[in-house]
Design a protein around this ligand. Structure first.
Ligand SMILES: N[C@@H](CCC(=O)N[C@@H](CS)C(=O)NCC(=O)O)C(=O)O
Length: 213
């Protein structure tokens, strides 16, 4: 049995959780806070980031490494196309979502979500980077109706949990949702994917956990 460790308020935790549920993999959840100094946690996730999983063979961190493990260990139903090029295009899109959008906008979270402040120079730097990266993402994303095309893939596990954060954080800091402003209609997409039972469970668990913190 797999154990998914972290918190249901984390977008990367929910990326993996959505994939596990889509694949009907049996797993249990264990609440582990970020920035743990616990030796066992650091053994599985040396940067103390969440999520990480515990497998019968040992621990594993980094959400995309976990996604690849799950895909290989539980191939059905697949969340990557069989065709190597199509599968690589899904991975490419995940890189844009996780690295070029979410990781960039993350610098705004202290002020957007946690009552802190982000310097004006940092705000300006992030905005410039995001303008470029959102335009690039727009060239790749399909919304047809899923982010990579006509089937639900790993990229949807990332998009469903990351795109709303990009929208909310930019709206909070700059007064405009930079995705919508660039013509990326992720809201229709999130509503569509949000109708899946698996996505509903992710959202319900996130809301329940958010009211506890
Ligand atoms: N690249 C990592 C990112 C995970 C990540 O940043 N998780 C956040 C929570 S959403 C975290 O653990 N933050 C605390 C920290 O970075 O110390 C992944 O894909 O798993």
């Amino acid at each position: 049995m797999l154990t998914l460790c972290g918190s249901p308020i984390s977008n990367y935790y929910n990326k993996v959780k959505l994939a596990l549920m889509e694949k009907n993999v049996q797993f249990v959840e264990e609440l582990v806070p970020t920035k743990s100094t616990d030796a066992a946690v650091l053994g599985d996730s040396p940067l103390a980031k969440i999520p990480f999983i515990r497998t019968p063979q040992g621990g594993l961190c980094e959400s995309q490494a976990i996604m690849e493990y799950i895909e290989a260990a539980y191939p059905n139903p697949p969340l990557l196309p069989a065709d190597p090029y199509a599968a690589a295009k899904v991975r490419e899109l995940i890189t844009f979502l996780d690295l070029h959008l979410e990781l960039v906008v993350r610098d705004l979270y202290p002020q957007a979500f946690f009552g802190g402040t982000v310097s004006e120079s940092s705000q300006a730097r992030v905005r410039k980077q995001l303008e470029k990266n959102i335009a690039a993402f727009k060239r790749l994303v399909r919304f047809a109706p899923y982010v990579a095309g006509d089937v639900f893939t790993q990229a949807d596990c990332s998009a469903f949990n990351n795109l709303p954060l990009v929208g909310m954080a930019t709206k909070a800091i700059y007064g405009e949702d930079m995705l919508l402003a660039a013509g990326v209609d992720y809201k229709t997409y999130v509503k569509f994917v949000g109708e899946r039972a698996t996505a509903r469970k992710v959202v319900a668990d996130r809301k329940a956990a958010s009211t506890q913190v």
